[in-house]
Design a protein around this ligand. Structure first.
Ligand code: GLU
Length: 358
C-alpha cells in the first residue's frame, strides 16, 4: 500500500507540549495512533522524539538557583522517564512494543559505536519494536550536544537508510515570506539545488532548541543522500496519514538526489563534526585526490599532522591554503602518521574507500 517500507519520524518539543509547557498527551495519542496504523501495515517506523526537558519542567521546582546546564540535566532526567512512560502506555494500548534508545553526538564519532547503535535498532525493528530515540540530555552538555534533535534525526535517517524522514514541528513547512501575511505561500517542494536562504527566519522554537534554519540544513543533507524529507505540522490532526496517503499537500518536501553513497562513506561524510585531528596535504596530493582515478591519501603527500587521533578515527583533510577539503578514516594513529609524513613507498594513510572529499 505504501511506497515506503521504513520511515523515520521526528517529533519536536513544540508538538508535544501545551502552551503552558506541560506534556500534551492527547496530541501524543493522536501521533501514536497514526504510527500504529503504519506499523500494522508493515511499515517500519523509527521515532525520534524530543520533549524530555519540556516534560520535566512541570514536575519539579529546583530548590536553589541552577545554571542552564544543571536545569537541562535535571529536567531531562525526570522528563525522559515521563515521556517514555507515556509512549510505552500509548503504544501498549495498540498492542505495540516500543523501546528507548538514548544517544550522544560522540556515539556517532566512532565506527564501532555507530554500528552498535545501528545494530540495536535493526534488532528492534526485526522484532516489531518501535525505537524511540532521543539525545541523552543528562550527559550531553554544551559542545558535546547535537545542535538539536533535527540534527539527530538526520543522522538516524541516513544511518538506518530509511525511505523517508518526516520532521514534525508546529508550523506547516517553509513559507515564501511572513506566514502571518495572506499573500504568503507554503513552498511545497524544494529541489536539491534550490536556494531557500531568502525565506528562512533564524528564529528558534519556544520549547525546543531547533529552528527552521537547522531543519532546512538537515533536510537538504538527508535529501542529498537520496532520502526524501518532509517538514510538516505535527499539531495538524492525521498529518502523517495525510502525507503518506497523498491526501494532504500541507508540507514542504525536499526532493531527494539519486542514492549512491556506500554506508561507510555515508558515515564518514556525516562525521566532519567529530573529526579528532587534521592532516595537511601538499598540492600534488590534492591533485591526485581530485584526479579522474580513485586515489588513496599516501603519506608522501602529507605536510603536517595536527592534533591527536587513534587508528580508525575520523580526521579532516586540509590543503596548504588551510582549506578543509574533506574527511576520512585514518589507518594510523597520530604518532605513526607523524613519523610517516612525507615518506614515499608507504601504505595509504587514508584508503580511497574511507575518504570523502567535499
Ligand atoms: N533532547 C531534547 C529534549 O528531549 C530536545 C532537543 C531539541 O529541542 O531539539 O527535550
Amino acid at each position: 500500500m505504501y511506497k515506503y517500507n521504513r520511515i523515520a519520524i521526528k517529533i519536536g518539543s513544540n508538538v508535544l507540549t501545551t502552551q503552558s509547557g506541560t506534556l500534551d498527551i492527547a496530541r501524543m495519542k493522536q501521533l501514536v495512533d497514526q504510527i500504529a496504523y503504519f506499523h500494522n501495515k508493515g511499515v517500519e517506523v523509527i521515532l525520534i522524539s524530543s520533549g524530555a526537558v519540556a516534560s520535566g519542567r512541570s514536575e519539579i521546582t529546583p530548590r536553589k538557583k541552577l545554571d542552564s546546564v544543571e536545569v537541562r540535566q535535571l529536567f531531562s532526567a525526570i522528563g525522559q522517564v515521563k515521556l517514555i512512560n507515556n509512549y510505552y502506555e500509548l503504544f501498549r494500548e495498540k498492542g505495540i512494543v516500543c523501546g528507548q534508545v538514548l544517544t550522544t553526538k560522540e556515539s556517532f564519532g566512532t565506527r564501532r559505536h555507530y554500528l552498535n547503535q545501528k545494530q540495536c535498532m535493526e534488532v528492534m525493528l526485526e522484532n516489531g519494536v518501535i525505537p524511540i530515540v532521543n539525545e541523552n540530555d543528562t550527559i550531553s552538555v554544551t559542545e558535546l550536544m547535537f545542535t538539536d534533535n533535527d540534527e539527530l534525526s538526520g543522522l538516524i535517517a541516513t544511518m538506518m537508510d530509511v525511505d523517508a524522514l518526516v520532521i514534525l514541528s508546529n508550523i506547516d513547512g517553509i513559507f515564501d515570506g511572513d506566514p502571518s501575511l495572506a499573500t504568503t505561500k507554503l513552498i511545497r517542494e524544494v529541489n536539491p539545488n534550490q536556494n531557500l536562504g531568502q525565506y528562512i527566519q533564524p528564529t528558534k522554537s519556544s520549547f525546543g532548541r531547533g529552528g527552521m534554519l537547522t531543519k532546512c540544513k538537515i533536510a537538504r543533507q538527508v535529501a542529498k543522500e537520496g532520502i526524501p524529507v518532509y517538514i510538516a505540522n505535527g499539531k495538524t490532526d492525521s498529518i502523517l496519514v495525510g502525507i503518506f496517503s497523498d491526501t494532504t499537500k500541507t508540507y514542504t518536501k525536499f526532493l531527494p538526489c539519486e542514492k549512491e553513497t556506500s554506508s561507510v562513506k555515508k558515515w564518514i561524510a556525516h562525521s566532519q563534526d567529530f573529526a579528532k585531528g587534521s592532516i595537511v596535504i601538499n598540492q600534488g596530493a590534492k591533485n591526485a585526490l581530485y584526479g579522474n582515478e580513485a586515489h588513496s591519501l599516501l603519506p608522501v603527500g602529507v605536510v603536517r599532522i595536527i592534533g591527536e587521533f587513534q587508528r580508525h578515527d575520523i580526521v579532516t583533510i586540509i590543503d596548504e591554503d588551510n582549506q578543509s577539503i574533506g574527511v576520512g578514516k585514518v589507518e594510523f594513529d597520530h604518532e605513526k602518521a607523524r613519523l610517516l609524513a612525507g615518506k614515499s613507498n608507504q601504505k595509504p594513510l587514508i584508503h580511497y574507500n574511507y575518504l570523502c572529499l567535499y
